[in-house]
Design a protein around this ligand. Structure first.
Ligand code: FES
Ligand code: FES
Length: 155
């Protein structure tokens, strides 16, 4: 029986045949999580960011075998029964232009707010340092993360 890689994907068990070269990004997209985007493929833009055991991780820079037995969360999880406040905050602040960077930014922001519910501007900038936005929406993104943080603290 071939070896496999088991992990949790958005709370559901997921199994893949072991392939040393398979990237987490490719497996996720083939699983239908196409909000996880391919940007640079070099670990430099953040478009492919997901959470692995709560940490923001660039899935283009992660082999599938590295997430064995881990919990992987993609942007699709933000659209649950109750949408994550980050979604509304990004919409209210009109934080996206082309939107290509946003799914990765949302995941970096989600990981930040789970560890730090009241981040300073500097802490938000540092957490999003690995996420590029070619449209220059950085200030609106910053405001959206602060708005979501306030909504989460008030909930
Ligand atoms: S596509 Fe992964 S960091 Fe750019
Ligand atoms: S909104 Fe276009 S790259 Fe960020």
């Amino acid at each position: 029986m071939p070896e496999s890689v088991e992990f949790q994907l958005n709370g559901q068990p997921c199994h893949w045949p072991l392939d040393d070269q398979m990237l987490l990004l490719d497996a996720l997209r083939q699983e239908g999580c196409q909000g996880t985007r391919f940007g640079c493929g070099l670990g430099q833009c953040g478009a492919c960011t997901v959470q692995v055991n709560g940490q923001a991780v660039q899935s283009c820079d992660t082999r599938l075998w590295q997430v064995r037995h881990a919990s992987v969360v993609t942007v699709e999880a933000l659209h649950g029964d109750v949408p994550h406040p980050l979604l509304q905050a990004f919409e209210q602040e009109q934080a996206g232009q082309c939107g290509y960077c946003l799914t990765g930014i949302l995941m970096s922001a989600k990981a930040l707010l789970e560890h730090n519910p009241n981040p300073t501007d500097t802490e938000i900038r540092k957490a999003l340092d690995g996420n590029l936005c070619r449209c220059g929406s950085h200030l609106r993104i910053l405001r959206a993360v602060k708005r979501a943080a306030a909504q989460l603290r008030a909930a």
